[in-house]
Design a protein around this ligand. Structure first.
Ligand code: 5GP
Ligand code: ZN
Length: 119
């Protein structure tokens, strides 16, 4: 993917980000528009468009992303009170950046799962 993808550019160091954890295969950095006291994005360094293509294409790497998210949650002191891990996927999911990323949200009660009931 590369230069067309915002998060590939963060991986490449072309766009600055506040990185909180890095492994050989994953990167975690603070969201530029935080929606909670802790709002970290956890991505794979390799480009996958979304969690579905990652999960089916490389389940081991998907597990590494989850392990990085768990380590960040621990570092950020979220294990006691809990947190939310979220993958927006596609148009209805509200995905805006098409490089797989987990939103790790915490540090305050997060309220209902959805802003409004759409059932
Ligand atoms: P999505 O809507 O795709 O699930 O989430 C994309 C997220 O990326 C948003 O929460 C947005 O604030 C964040 N974001 C967009 N551009 C940047 C950026 O340049 N740097 C960082 N750190 N986060 C970004
Ligand atoms: Zn990318």
């Amino acid at each position: 993917m590369g230069s067309d993808c915002l998060f590939c550019r963060i991986v490449a160091g072309e766009i600055p980000a506040t990185i909180v954890r890095e492994t050989d295969t994953t990167l975690a950095f603070r969201d530029i528009g935080p929606k909670a006291p802790v709002h970290v994005l956890v991505i794979t360094k390799e480009h996958y468009a979304d969690v579905a293509t990652l999960g089916q294409g490389d389940p081991k790497l998907a597990g590494e992303l989850l392990a990085t998210a768990a380590a960040v949650a621990e570092d950020e002191g979220l294990l006691g009170d809990g947190y939310r891990l979220m993958f927006n996927t596609g148009a209805y999911g509200g995905q805006e950046v098409f490089h797989v990323h987990a939103h790790l949200l915490g540090g305050a009660p997060l309220g209902p799962m959805l802003a409004r009931d759409v059932a």
